[in-house]
Ligand binder design. Structure first.
Ligand code: SAH
Length: 217
């Protein structure tokens, strides 16, 4: 992509996000740095800086930029935070959090996506730890986390994810079947949580167990 056109498109997207209520400077500056077109196939490049969810491999989607920005803002990320992401997908959300200065650990259940995205994130030079596994289990090996973000529609709030979060930590998770409610869950102590709802969204579903082949959903 022509670097001049790219900078203009990124700037327009940042302005659009401001118009949609994104005020966290760290989120906005990450959108000015991460090149979203690198996370989709080249036939979609003309749409990469529009506020659209787009198809990626394995019948999954890269979330709409405004949704990525909204979830990132709700997470209240500080530099150095250790973040667990469930649903690596294209890797774009992970790259945004990494550009915000976080150390990101991301889990994907589709083998093909896991392999492609792990390679891509190395190419674009975002140091994300990408793991192949079932997000319902979290990543006990790397716990505890300051922040947890789920980027697929969860049928419930997985207990393992609550347990792997530090006290004082925040989880942002869309919960529901057809349509999801965005929830921000603050961990007050080992047994108490404060839950706040932030409107409705539509994500691909969070499904149990890993997928081994080049399968879908
Ligand atoms: N954060 C991604 C969004 C991808 S869509 C991005 O920025 O592009 C959600 C992803 O969650 C899909 O790739 C899907 O395969 C994955 N997923 C669904 N259920 C999962 C589970 N139980 N564990 C890990 N990943 C899961």
């Amino acid at each position: 992509m022509n670097p001049f056109v790219l900078k203009g498109a990124q700037q327009q997207l940042v302005e659009l996000l401001k118009g949609k209520g994104i005020t966290d400077e760290n989120v906005l500056s990450a959108f000015g740095k991460v090149e979203r077109h690198r996370f989709v196939e080249s036939f979609l490049w003309d749409k990469a800086y529009k506020d659209l969810a787009l198809p990626i491999y394995c019948k999954q989607t890269i979330s709409q930029p405004s949704t990525v920005a909204f979830q990132s803002q709700l997470l209240e990320v500080s530099k150095g935070h250790k973040i667990l992401e469930i649903g690596t997908g294209s890797g774009f959300q992970a790259a945004i959090l990494s550009a915000m200065g976080a150390k990101v650990y991301s889990v994907e259940r589709q083998l093909e996506l896991y392999q492609k995205t792990k390679t891509l994130l190395e190419e674009v030079d975002y140091r994300v730890v990408v793991q192949y596994g079932d997000g319902f289990q979290g990543l006990p090996r790397y716990a505890p986390f300051d922040r947890v973000i789920v980027t697929c529609g969860a049928p419930n709030v997985p207990t393992a994810l609550l347990q792997q979060m530090k006290v004082g930590g925040i989880m942002v998770i869309p919960v529901g079947e057809e349509v999801q409610t965005m929830k921000k869950i603050a961990k007050l102590d080992d047994t108490h949580y404060k839950i706040t709802n932030y409107g409705n969204f539509t994500f691909v579903p969070m499904l149990e167990e890993i997928v081994k082949g080049p399968a879908q959903q």
